[in-house]
Ligand binder design. Structure first.
Ligand SMILES: [Mn+2]
Length: 223
């Protein structure tokens, strides 16, 4: 039985499916998705549908909210205006306007969790704000925060390790972080699947128990 974390799929459905094949994801395993299912890549709706299909087929898949889901909700609800930012995502839902997005996708995004605690890990989309007395209270920062490693409160964190996405990192840096968790108890698994820069363009899975990384290059079908 293995426990995996994957983050920042960003509409890359084929890459996501291929990565699940690579790790031989089974019904005995657990999969934690750390948010940003939508935007940038072409198959935002397809990624959500595939998650639902896996769950319906008896796979254990638990999902966190990313800032992109929150942005989509804010645009849908009219509380902020991102202009045409979500155009590809809106297209993927087969509608013309964001407010026509089928309700079940909106309800799902609204109901997503902000963090999970799994064994010795805290899983979150972006990270935590350690200026807070209780970093688990600031939801906004769990979706958006960057550059927070120097603020980590090791007394509060105790023996826990934070696994997150949100900030694209080069592959060699992700590997180095995974080898250095005793010193810096944080791991960014966002290898920038949607970015065509050297060292990026991969979707990452991290197996929590053996602390093993898997990298899947972005499928040509997701470009
Ligand atoms: Mn993000």
């Amino acid at each position: 039985m293995k426990k995996y974390a994957i983050s920042d799929i960003h509409g890359c459905l084929e890459t996501f499916k291929t990565l699940l094949q690579k790790i031989e994801f089974s019904r005995q395993d657990e999969l934690y998705l750390l948010g940003d299912y939508i935007d940038r890549g072409p198959y935002s709706k397809g990624v959500i549908d595939h998650i639902w299909q896996l769950q319906a087929d008896g796979f254990l898949v638990k999902c966190l909210k990313g800032n992109h889901e929150q942005m989509y909700l804010d645009s849908f609800n009219g509380t902020s205006d991102w202009g045409d930012y979500h155009k590809e995502t809106v297209d993927s839902f087969g509608v013309e306007k964001i407010w026509k997005t089928p309700e079940r996708y909106i309800d799902w995004m609204e109901g997503l969790s902000y963090y999970f605690e799994v064994d010795e890990y805290l899983l979150v989309h972006a990270g935590f704000n350690f200026d807070e007395e209780d970093p688990l209270q600031n939801k906004e920062d769990m979706l958006w925060v960057r550059d927070w490693y120097t603020d980590i409160n090791k007394d509060w964190l105790a023996s826990r390790i934070i696994v997150h996405g949100h900030t694209p990192m080069e592959q060699h840096y992700i590997k180095a972080m995974a080898d250095n968790l005793e010193k810096l108890p944080a791991l960014d698994i966002d290898n920038g699947c949607v970015y065509d820069y050297r060292g990026f363009s991969h979707l990452t899975a991290f197996e929590l128990r053996e602390r093993k990384l898997y990298f899947e290059p972005r499928s040509i079908l997701d470009t």
